[in-house]
Ligand binder design. Structure first.
Ligand code: NAI
Length: 306
């Protein structure tokens, strides 16, 4: 199989490394900057003998080279600078993502699309519109990353192995995300048995600010290692038809009482893309959180089209 990654920046190039070195697929890395994706591809190819895999990595500035991809990941666009919100990136990234989505679908009409560019939920909606794809074949990555951050902070607090912590974060990728703390467990034991309410609230708050915390520390751009890992999990579940149940930004048609908006909900990901959306019973507060998220995404969809 072949995975195209549009945008060979920090998230895109790290994702290329993950996909190739996990031996999931050949990778086409595309960017507008001449020579840059070609150089990265050569560098990754030269690591193959050491990492022991035989995947092809092609760097290009030309969409014709992406043809016949099973998956297209869009990471093209600008990341945040300190003090910026994800929504500040709206107009500039909208143009880039719509163009990328149209070009990519023209050469890979059967591909499944994963959008990573921020503001995530709005960009996924715009890419869905631009490609005209059925909703099971286009989605955004945010929830897997936000959940991994929440799990990390829980693991750090309790001093346990991060892989033993399971949590899910729904809603939009931003301050309005909806971490489902009551469902978070350490190997099946609810964290509500292990931590007091004030501590859980502190970890939830840190999760909400997880992206900004890294932007403030780094000054130049944001996180990319964990975002690339999170995206590679989605790529893997699709390519290997694993049917993992993951929080994915999906186009909703009535689920959770929401329509014509993209928001993070639990989805089963397999070779067809989004194979089903799971509708959980939410508390009033969680449901209100999800609806507040959705209102903000919808406002930004409208703003992006002004
Ligand atoms: P970066 O600046 O390192 O890379 C972006 C790349 O996109 C650059 O190489 C640039 O040349 C390229 N690009 C710009 N316009 C393009 C076009 N029209 N066609 C093809 N390529 C184009 O940024 P980074 O750190 O890789 O982040 C990428 C995006 O992903 C940002 O919008 C960031 O906010 C977002 N992001 C989203 C996350 C999520 O959870 N959904 C997590 C981390 C980042």
């Amino acid at each position: 199989p072949r995975v195209t990654i549009v945008g060979a920046g920090r998230v895109g190039s790290t994702l290329a490394q993950r996909v190739a070195e996990k031996n999931l697929a050949d990778v086409v890395l595309l960017d507008i900057i001449a020579g840059m994706p070609q150089g990265l591809a050569l560098d990754l190819m030269e690591a193959r003998g050491i990492e022991i895999h035989n995947r092809q990595i092609i760097g290009t500035n030309n969409y014709a080279d992406t043809s016949g991809s099973q998956i297209v990941v869009i990471t093209a666009g600008f990341p945040r600078k300190p003090g910026m919100s994800r929504d500040d990136l709206l107009k500039i990234n909208a143009k880039i993502v719509v163009e990328a989505a149209k070009n990519a679908i023209a050469h890979s009409p059967n591909a499944i699309f994963i959008v990573v560019t921020n503001p995530l939920d709005v960009m996924t909606y715009l890419a869905w519109q631009a490609t005209g794809l059925p909703r099971d074949r286009i989605m955004g990555m945010a929830g897997v990353l936000d959940s991994a951050r929440f799990e990390t902070f829980i693991a750090l607090e309790l001093g346990v192995l991060p892989a033993d912590v399971k949590a899910m974060v729904l809603g939009s990728h931003g301050d309005l995300m909806v971490p489902l703390s009551r469902y978070a467990t350490v190997n099946g034991i609810p964290i509500t048995e292990l931590l007091d309410a004030a501590t859980i609230e502190r970890l939830v708050e840190r999760t909400r600010n997880g992206g900004a915390e890294i932007v403030e520390l780094m000054h130049t751009g944001g996180a990319f290692f964990a975002p690339a890992s999170a995206t590679s999990v989605m790529v893997e579940s699709i390519l290997l038809n694993q049917s993992r149940l993951l929080p994915v930004a999906a186009y909703l048609q009535g689920e959770y009482g929401l329509e014509d908006v993209v928001i993070g909900v639990p989805c089963r990901l397999g070779c067809g893309g989004i194979e089903s959306i799971l509708e959980l019973t939410l508390t009033d507060e969680e449901r209100e959180g999800l609806h507040t998220s959705a209102r903000s995404v919808r406002q930004n969809i409208e703003r992006s089209q002004e």
